[in-house]
Write a protein that binds this ligand. Structure first.
Ligand code: SF4
Length: 65
């Protein structure tokens, strides 16, 4: 399955993929590991709107960790 194209550079994925809340919520599977689903990621939308990546602790749902 094709993954999110931002995976290698995403601060959230790099720094929080092992975070207990992230694991519990299943966000990596729900967004990052599926290219189609990643289109719903709040981080991706933020980047499109603002031209820069959001803070690393913003999750794919937009919730701050
Ligand atoms: S958090 Fe969003 S932008 Fe980052 S890798 Fe996952 S789906 Fe892609």
């Amino acid at each position: 399955m094709e993954k999110c194209e931002l995976l290698d550079t995403c601060g959230f994925f790099k720094n929080f993929k092992g975070n207990s809340e992230v694991v519990k919520q299943g966000w990596i599977k729900m967004f990052c590991e599926d290219r189609n689903k990643s289109e719903r990621c709040a981080r991706k939308k933020y980047r499109e709107q603002h031209g820069v990546a959001p803070v690393d602790n913003m999750s794919p749902t937009g919730k701050m960790l």
